[in-house]
Each structure stands twice: as structure tokens, then as C-alpha cells.
Design a protein around this ligand. Structure first.
Ligand SMILES: Cc1cc2nc3c(=O)[nH]c(=O)nc-3n(C[C@H](O)[C@H](O)[C@H](O)COP(=O)(O)OP(=O)(O)OC[C@H]3O[C@@H](n4cnc5c(N)ncnc54)[C@H](O)[C@@H]3O)c2cc1C
Length: 483
């Protein structure tokens, strides 16, 4: 089977085709805790290569999974068949309020290019310097400033992609396909969708309000509906000024309650870190400080400064107005995942599975209560940081790995409670291997059937990254690397 796929790929693909053990091993892992060894790696040189690779995958009924920079945290870019690495698709065509980019473009490079003309593309994942635009589209990524500007799905104007039949489609331009997608939207039960400001679970058909939004169904679809060849992104002018407040709190409950009030002042970002990150910052915090909020505004600076000083129930320890200082303190927040891993011995690191839920903001205090319950029941500890203004907290569980055979039970209990609160099981990292089996539970049977129809429409043979988002399998434990 491997040999016949290779025989078909090698003379057809202008780019590279690899099947040696070391390449297959390299592409078997990403930044998640999972591992799946693929059969073949294709590094397409041009659009024709992508189309041909999809057609060959169809012929051999083997999977084809597109990969960006491999920084995903739940194994979304891992699968058994062909892996398609889009690193040759690097391009950047700038216009006044938009930029057309190739999916292999690294976000850090795009940022530098935009900075030269005082512009920015708002979604800013903490890993921004390293992830690719294709991966950001695949996961519907976001970051601290998504509080004001939204996730990737709110900042894209057009997408060109290859579907599971090998057809090149541009949305929303292609009216036939756009109408079909709008038809799917009309079938959904909106009440089954989470009531949150950020969501990367399932297919975001809820965002398609008219045919002009049809491209949004591809965003967050984790390479299961199409392989993005290019995307037109909305860009904005850099704000003239920013102000950043660092506020310390004596309890996480105080911070989460205050966050609800602060959010009413419409900050551009509001982030949370617990003692683990705080311990890494070169500053003498009060010994009783349990956590920090980072609150940023990028307009009405003096008005918001006065307002925040009145409503903050914590202790404002720093106010920054200079660009360099603001960037330095944001780096501390961006490094939270690294600080967390650094503080946990390797044998105590529990794989990422419940690391990315979000709840409606008013339920934030309950989110921490749920976690405390889990910690008590399973004798785990946890580290927390994240995009608190969106109700999105990243938890890292700490436990003796050998004792954590209960990962699936923990995930099931946690997700049940999150869904009951109107939350999402993943706000930005995607469903991947960790959460796809919970998508039906998240959206209910009726919406899940619509998701299946969407998948069938774009990928009738189920070759595009199978078992992600739509699956009958349980993959949460099965593919954990050396666990
Ligand atoms: C330290 C750290 C911090 C992080 N912080 C954040 C954060 O703040 N916010 C956030 O949202 N995420 C964060 N992430 C998660 C992840 O890095 C992002 O989701 C990132 O955008 C993934 O990009 P990538 O290029 O690495 O994609 P990959 O991991 O390679 O792929 C991700 C998904 O996108 C699909 N995909 C890739 N290219 C294409 C394409 N051309 N067409 C269609 N689908 C495609 C893949 O099939 C896969 O399903 C973090 C990760 C790490 C390790």
C-alpha cells in the first residue's frame, strides 16, 4: 500500500515526497502529548501539487492531513496517511485594509511586515512568532487582544482552498457553494451552540449569517473540510497609544469577580496568571498575592485609567504607557505555558486535554469551583493562566502520571459541567485528538447531524484529516505519546 501511494505521488508531485523513517517520525508529533506515525510526507511546491495529492489520497482511500508549524496542543495535525506540509506557501500581498497570505506564512513574519506600515492582524496567539497562518485558520486561533477584536474567524474576508474532491474553491465568491453553506446554517439549532465570545469546537456554521460569510465554515475546521491555499485577512491601523495595568489579588475568586466588572469598561485585553507565572517575574509581589490581572486599553486612555482605578478591587502595582515596557510585561504572560511546564517535573505532567474551555463571563467563579472539585476528587493539582476576559482559562493538571489513568473520566466530568454552564470545551486550541469525541455532546444530536452533512458535502470519502471533529472513535487516550 505504502509503495503504491509512493509510486503514484513521486512522479506527480513537483515538490518533495518523503517516506523515510526519520521524516515519518518527525511528522508523528507536534506540541501536543500525542503521536501518530504517518505513511508519507508531501511538501507541495504549488497548488497543482495540493490538488494532485488530494486526488491520489482519494484514489488510495488514504487520509491526507495538512500541517502548518505543528504547534497545536491537541494533535490536530497528526494522522496515519499522507501529511501535507505547507511550508512552501509563503506569500504576503499587502493592500490598504487587507493582506492576502499563503498558509505557510509564519505569523511572526507577517506581524513584522505589517508593523512596517503601522498595521496589525489582531488575533495574537501567545505562540505567535512560530505558528503559521494556515494553522491559525485551521484552529480559529486567538489571543489576548481577541477580547476586543475577535478570533481569526472575525478577521478573514476570503479563503481559497482545495476540498476533499480535489476542487479549488474560493469563498464567499463561489455563489453555488456559498448558498449551500447558508442552507446548512438554516438547519442548526442555535440553542445548542455555546454562549461564549470565543469557540473553536465543531464547525462554526453559527457565524455564517449571509452568503458573504460562507468562508467562515472553513475556519476552525482543522483541515477536515479543505486545505487552505490562501486567505485574505482584515488588517487594522496600530492604535496610537496603549496603557497596561498589572493588578494583584489575594484570591482567584476576587480576581474573577472583579474581571466581570472590569470587562464592562471594554478593555482591549484582560489576561490572568496564577502564582506559577508570578514567581517567574522579576518583581517583588506581596507575599499574599495569589494571581494577577493584566488589563490593557488602546483608546480613551486617561478616561479608562480613572475608571479602572475606581473599579479595581485588587492592588494596581504597575501602570505602563511606554511600548517597550508594555511588550516586556506581555512577554511574561505569553510565556505562561513555558513557565508552567518548567515548574512541573516531567513525570508529573498530565497531557493537555482540559486545557482550553471557556464559559460565559458571569460563570467564571463557577469554572474555578469545578476545577477545585476535580482536583479534590482525582488528587491532582493545577496551574492556571489565560484569556480571562473571554472566560477562557488554560489549566495544566499536575499529578503522578502513573496514577492518572482517569484522564478520560476527568475530561468527561469537566466537559459535562462546562457544557451545562453554556461554555465551550475548546475556545482556541481546537478539538483534535483530545476533544473530537465530545463534539456531539457539546452541540447535541441535531447540530451534529448538520456537521456530518457539511463534512460529507466537502469531503465525501472522508479523506481530509479523518476522526477530527466528526468521529465515532475515542482518541483521547489511544494515541498519547509514551504514556
Ligand atoms: C506555547 C504555546 C502557546 C499557545 N498559545 C496559543 C494562544 O494564545 N492562542 C491560540 O489560539 N493558540 C495557542 N496555541 C496553540 C497553537 O499554537 C495555535 O492554535 C496555532 O495557531 C497553530 O498553528 P500551527 O501552524 O502550528 O498549526 P498546526 O498545529 O500545524 O495545525 C493546526 C490545525 O490547523 C490545520 N491546518 C494547518 N494548515 C492548514 C491549511 N493550510 N489549511 C487548512 N487547515 C490547516 C491542521 O490540519 C490542524 O488541524 C499555543 C501553542 C503553544 C505550544
Amino acid at each position: 500500500m505504502n509503495k503504491s501511494i509512493l509510486k503514484s505521488l513521486q512522479p506527480t508531485i513537483k515538490g518533495d515526497v518523503f517516506s523515510q523513517k526519520e521524516f515519518r517520525e518527525f511528522y508523528s508529533v507536534d506540541a501536543s502529548s500525542y503521536q501518530i506515525i504517518p505513511k508519507v510526507i508531501v511538501i507541495p511546491k504549488n497548488e497543482k501539487d495540493v490538488i494532485n495529492a488530494v486526488r491520489i489520497a482519494n484514489k488510495f482511500k488514504t487520509s491526507i492531513t495538512v500541517r502548518g508549524a505543528g504547534t497545536g496542543l491537541v494533535g490536530s495535525a497528526l494522522n496515519k496517511g499522507i501529511i501535507l506540509d505547507m511550508k512552501n506557501f509563503v506569500s504576503c500581498k499587502l493592500a490598504k485594509d487587507s493582506v492576502i497570505v499563503g498558509p505557510g506564512t509564519i505569523k511572526g513574519k507577517l506581524d513584522r511586515k505589517l508593523e512596517e506600515c503601522q498595521k496589525f492582524f489582531p488575533p495574537n496567539p501567545s505562540i505567535g512568532s512560530f505558528c503559521s497562518v494556515g494553522g491559525m485558520l485551521g484552529n480559529n486561533s486567538s489571543g489576548s487582544r481577541s477580547l476586543k477584536y475577535g478570533s481569526v474567524i472575525d478577521n478573514v474576508l476570503e479563503i481559497t482552498f482545495v476540498d476533499g474532491n480535489g476542487n479549488k474553491i474560493t469563498l464567499p465568491k463561489n455563489k453555488r457553494v456559498a448558498e449551500k453553506i447558508l442552507g446548512f446554517t438554516k438547519k442548526i439549532d442555535k440553542c445548542g451552540f455555546p454562549n461564549v465570545t470565543k469557540n473553536s469546537s465543531g464547525y462554526r456554521i453559527d457565524k455564517v449569517k449571509s452568503i458573504n460569510d460562507a468562508h467562515k465554515v472553513i475556519i476552525g475546521s482543522e483541515g477536515t473540510l479543505g486545505i487552505v491555499l490562501s486567505a485574505k485577512l482584515k488588517i487594522r491601523n496600530n492604535p496610537k497609544k496603549r496603557i497596561l495595568f498589572v493588578i494583584e489579588y489575594k484570591s482567584i475568586m476576587d480576581a474573577s469577580k472583579n474581571c466581570i466588572e472590569i470587562n464592562k469598561t471594554e478593555p482591549s485585553a484582560m489576561e490572568f496568571v496564577d502564582r506559577t507565572t508570578l514567581n517567574q517575574i522579576k518583581f517583588k509581589f506581596n507575599k499574599k498575592t495569589k494571581c494577577l490581572l493584566f488589563v490593557e486599553y488602546d483608546e480613551n486612555i486617561s478616561f479608562n485609567e480613572k475608571k479602572l482605578k475606581i473599579i479595581s478591587t485588587g492592588n494596581i502595582i504597575k501602570i505602563f504607557k511606554k511600548k517597550a515596557e508594555i511588550s516586556q510585561w506581555w512577554k511574561y504572560r505569553d510565556l505562561s505555558l513555558y513557565y508552567s511546564l518548567k515548574s512541573i517535573k516531567k513525570e508529573k505532567r498530565v497531557p493537555h486535554v482540559i486545557e482550553d474551555a471557556a464559559v460565559p463571563l458571569e460563570s467564571l467563579p463557577k469554572l474555578f469551583t469545578i476545577l477545585n472539585k476535580i482536583n479534590k476528587k482525582y488528587k491532582t493539582k493545577s496551574i492556571a493562566y489565560g484569556h480571562i476576559g473571554n472566560g477562557n482559562i488554560h489549566f495544566r493538571l499536575v499529578s503522578d502520571r502513573k496514577k492518572i489513568v482517569a484522564i478520560k473520566n476527568i475530561a468527561t466530568q469537566y466537559f459535562e459541567e462546562i457544557i451545562k454552564l453554556g461554555g465551550t470545551i475548546t475556545a482556541e486550541h481546537g478539538d483534535g485528538l483530545a476533544r473530537s469525541e465530545f463534539v456531539r455532546r457539546q452541540y447535541g444530536a441535531k447540530n451534529y447531524e448538520v456537521f456530518k452533512e457539511i463534512k460529507k458535502f466537502f469531503d465525501p470519502e472522508d479523506i481530509l484529516n479523518p476522526d477530527k471533529i466528526i468521529t465515532k472513535k475515542s482518541t483521547i487516550i489511544e494515541n498519547l505519546e509514551k504514556f
